[in-house]
Write a protein that binds this ligand. Structure first.
Ligand SMILES: [Zn+2]
Length: 346
């Protein structure tokens, strides 16, 4: 059964302007209303779920390139090889960066590659909708849970201010560590910022001592002292858009995704996401971070390599994608076995 989301309009993760932190409610009133009127924000999370469920979650900010297709194919293979289900989700929260028609072209390219999905924006499914911009009420609900647990606080720093204050000479993959500037603001100081029309982002309060450890099925054992390396991180941007780190955790959890295959560029953010899984009481999936595909010069492939009008993928690229996944190597020996067993009866 496809569950329909109520139309809640644009939900801003910071709440409306003028909402006083500490007194007001971070949720838009319409979101609260729709939560009361029949949407179960936790879906069927309590139901036992053991079968493998994988996903591919592209952003329609440009056309898929060879590296994206390779990751999609590996995620699909990983799920299908285990008789698992495969979910397609469109991550379009960053509306200004969404390109017209990109979603349709992505779906076409994935179909062209021969991938199929059990649930997705075009076929629906039990955890619909499968497009992030239609799931704002769910993010608002779970952000409210973090707030109720005093795990988020408003940060009035601009990006430049964070960079200026951060003294660490070495920068992580996500820029400088957040220097705790707004962590201990008093209510009066927050009011002062609000009076100055500063628009806050919301940051997740990272435990000072916690070292997050996990074993990536490809990259191996990893550990990160999140507070030392990253610091308190943004779950809601100052422009009101739910942060990727937050939305992806809520989505994967509510969609019962238990195996995450994705590009190695997200390996560094996994520890942060594990903190969010824990804070929200969600089971933590297994992770497989696939090395990024590089061009001949050793650079990461960029999206938007094709113009709006042309087909997103060179139609002769199937062999390249198959080759890039390592499938050719993997099946080489088997191929020779098969050839060896063939008899020429003609
Ligand atoms: Zn701040």
């Amino acid at each position: 059964m496809v569950r329909q989301m109520p139309d809640v309009g644009a939900i801003n993760c910071r709440g409306g302007s003028g909402v006083e932190w500490g007194g007001g409610d971070v949720l838009d009133k319409s979101a609260l209303y729709s939560l009361r009127s029949g949407v179960d924000p936790c879906g069927t999370l309590s139901r036992g779920q053991v079968s493998p469920r994988g996903r591919y979650a592209p952003s329609p900010t440009g056309d898929l390139h060879l590296g994206n297709l390779r990751t999609a194919l590996l995620a699909w293979l990983y799920a299908r090889c285990a008789d698992g289900q495969f979910v397609l989700r469109v991550e379009d929260l960053d509306r200004p960066r969404v390109r017209p028609g990109a979603t349709e072209r992505m779906l076409n390219d994935l179909r062209w590659l021969g991938l199929d999905w059990d649930e997705g924006p075009d076929v629906g499914g039990p955890y619909a909708p499968y497009t992030q911009s239609e799931r704002l009420v769910l993010y608002a609900h779970h952000l409210q849970r973090l707030r109720a647990a005093d795990l988020i606080y408003p940060c009035y720093c601009s990006r430049a201010e964070v960079a200026r204050v951060a003294s660490a000479p070495q920068q992580g993959d996500d820029g400088p560590r957040y220097p705790d500037t707004c962590r201990y603001l008093t209510q009066a100081q927050r009011r002062q910022h609000e009076a100055n029309k500063r628009r806050p982002s919301l940051r997740f309060r990272v435990n000072d001592e916690r070292v997050v450890t996990f074993t990536d099925l490809l990259a191996g054992y990893r550990e990160q002292h999140v507070q030392q390396v990253v610091g308190d991180f943004v779950v809601c941007r100052s422009d009101g858009i739910f942060a990727y780190q937050f939305a992806v955790v809520v989505d994967d959890a509510l969609m019962h995704i238990n195996q995450i295959v994705r590009g190695a560029d997200l390996l560094h953010s996994t520890a942060r996401q594990i903190l969010l899984y824990e804070a929200l009481g969600f089971p933590i999936p297994s992770f497989v971070h696939v090395p990024l595909l590089l061009d001949a010069a050793g650079n990461r492939l960029a999206k938007r390599i094709q113009s709006e009008e042309s087909p997103a993928i060179n139609r002769g690229a199937t062999g390249e994608v198959i080759s890039a996944t390592g499938l050719v190597q993997q099946y080489k020996e088997r191929f020779y076995d098969i050839i060896a067993k063939m008899s020429w009866n003609a």
